[in-house]
Write a protein that binds this ligand. Structure first.
Ligand code: ADP
Ligand code: MG
Length: 517
């Protein structure tokens, strides 16, 4: 069976998603959606009981904004999407599942039935985001074989194009590339080494709250301020006026990538205003956003222990890299023209499909065509108590940019004599204060043996896989079993809820009966 299973990769983007498969020759190709487009807007419209995903949902933004959900990926890891949609609230992962479901159905129309997929995530996604993405895939009816980082996927697609995967003799010359991935909602930068059938991440960093949307927002604000000066009313205050203005601004931004000026029409409260924006003005309005990407890019190069001159090329990925200012900035910094040979909209899905091919080959007992080695994007640790000050402190177990998979241990101690239980609070991030880090989850060990001495060693062991998913083992001296702990995640859905949503989204059950949490 698995021999005939298509290798499918899904790029689940903040603003646009894409699906690719490997054809009979092993070449990745994009699967168009039923509307005939290579990318699908990751936007949902709740039309009564019906959920519409894609282009039609974008159209609804002008008149029915209160029933439209967009940029859901930015909310992943939260308990609930902040907006009520047709009188209901949904966990962000459920909304993502609907997007994935549409992508799956459209792909099946071309390649037939399949369940196994690879889904991509920004390299900078933390544990909670990764778990939520896997859950979304499950609720959409998929068997998510793996999740891989978007810049890595783009590098794989690039490597394929360059013959690093297919060359019969093998390619001996390796190259170091920097993948600069600026999409609609996230920014990722990764330094990679591509060798003969091997892709090795050296360092990765990014910002899950920086993307094309922020550039749009600056135009929206600029026009809204002009509108207020003229008519004394703020179009951002009405959802439909804002929805229309946003669409106009995003369109003007694209025009400014090709031309030196664009017009933005703003209609609100019976007034209408057309504002002209030049490319120079736009670049001035967004300079600080560009600077933020420069800062992160420099940091990542430093983390990899490299300078600009060590790079063989800078690879541009993500729709927002079409803005001329990005290419100019990277040319200034690196001294050479950035590489635009991969399609910024399709490369990630292509890389995911190539990785799906590797996994299917492995399942079928064949040797895979290439290997991926990744690093973690955030340090993982435990909230500990500082013995000297008595204050909470982050104790790192796996520092960021460690090669994965990795198993790392650290020994802590019980605080009091005769302690009855231990709570291991797992955190992710670089801050010395655990409260300022992202809370991954906790595991508690109860019923400790009686009369346990104070300062009994507790060994905490993290097993961190290539896909960024974590398992925790805790061992206490004097107790001879090592316990594997399922993490209790604060904003995660229960298995029962996941199963109910899976049935509901695929149309197998007419109602969602379980609690959303
Ligand atoms: P994501 O994967 O995060 O959804 P994409 O890589 O698909 O993002 O890129 C989408 C972003 O690229 C959007 O913000 C869109 O406005 C922007 N974009 C697409 N084409 C252009 C263009 N020609 N000029 C400027 N921005 C563009
Ligand atoms: Mg993307």
């Amino acid at each position: 069976m698995s021999e005939s299973h298509p290798a499918i990769g899904i790029d689940l983007g903040t603003t646009f998603s894409a699906v690719a498969r490997l054809d009979e020759t092993g070449r990745p190709t994009t699967l168009a959606n039923v509307e005939g487009d290579k990318t699908t807007p990751s936007v949902l419209f709740f039309d009564g009981d019906e959920v519409i995903v894609g282009k039609e949902a974008v159209k609804a933004m002008g008149d029915e904004m209160p029933c439209v959900a967009d940029c859901v990926k930015r909310e992943l890891g939260q308990r609930i999407y902040p907006k009520e949609l047709a009188s209901r609230q949904y966990p962000p992962a459920v909304l993502q599942a609907w997007v994935l479901h549409k992508l799956g159905q459209d792909a099946r129309a071309q390649v037939g039935q399949f369940h196994k997929v690879v889904v991509t995530v920004p390299a900078y996604f933390d544990e909670a985001h990764r778990k939520a993405t896997q859950d979304a895939g499950y609720m959409a009816g998929f068997d998510v074989m793996d999740i891989i980082n978007e810049p890595t996927a783009a590098a794989v697609a690039f490597g394929y194009q360059q013959g690093y995967i297919t060359a019969k003799e093998g390619v001996t010359q390796s190259q170091t590339i920097l993948v600069y991935d600026l999409g609609g909602g996230t920014f990722d930068v990764t330094v990679m080494e591509i060798g003969d059938r091997e892709f090795r991440a050296l360092a990765t960093d990014g910002d899950v709250h920086l993307g094309g949307q922020d550039w749009d927002r600056r135009l929206v604000d600029f026009v809204a301020e002009e509108f207020i000066t003229r008519f004394g009313a703020d179009p951002r205050q009405h959802p439909n006026s804002l929805g229309r203005l946003w669409r106009e601004s995003e369109d003007a931004k694209r025009t400014l990538s090709a031309r030196s000026k664009a017009n933005i029409l703003c209609e609100h409260g019976g007034h209408s205003l057309r504002v002209e924006v030049t490319r120079g003005q736009f670049e001035e309005l967004t300079r600080d956003l560009l600077d933020r990407t420069v800062f992160t890019t420099r940091e990542t190069l430093n983390a990899a222990g490299l300078g600009w001159s060590d790079l063989d090329r800078v690879l541009l990925v993500g729709g927002s890299t079409r803005m001329p200012a990005i290419g100019e900035m990277l040319k200034d910094l690196s001294g050479s023209e950035p590489d635009r040979t991969v399609s910024p909209d399709e490369a990630v899905a292509h890389g995911a499909a190539l990785h799906a091919g590797v996994l299917l080959a492995r399942h079928a007992g064949r040797s895979p065509s290439f290997k991926i080695a990744n690093v973690n994007s955030h340090s993982l640790g435990v909230a500990a108590t500082d013995r000297k000050t008595g204050r909470p402190r982050t104790a790192t177990v796996i520092p960021r940019n460690t090669r994965l998979p990795v198993t790392a241990k650290r020994v802590f101690h019980t605080q009091k004599e005769n302690q009855k239980s231990i709570l291991v609070q797992i955190v992710e991030g670089e801050n010395a204060s655990p409260d300022a880090c992202s809370q991954v989850g906790r595991c508690s060990i109860r019923s400790l043996p009686p009369e346990l001495a104070a300062r009994t060693p507790v060994e905490v062991c993290f097993r961190y896989l290539e896909n960024g998913r974590l398992t925790v083992y805790v061992a206490i001296e004097g107790i001879d079993k090592r316990v594997k702990h399922e993490l209790l995640r604060e904003n995660s859905l229960s298995q029962e809820a996941l199963d109910s949503w899976r049935k509901y989204i695929s149309g197998l059950s007419p109602m969602i009966t379980s609690e959303i949490q």
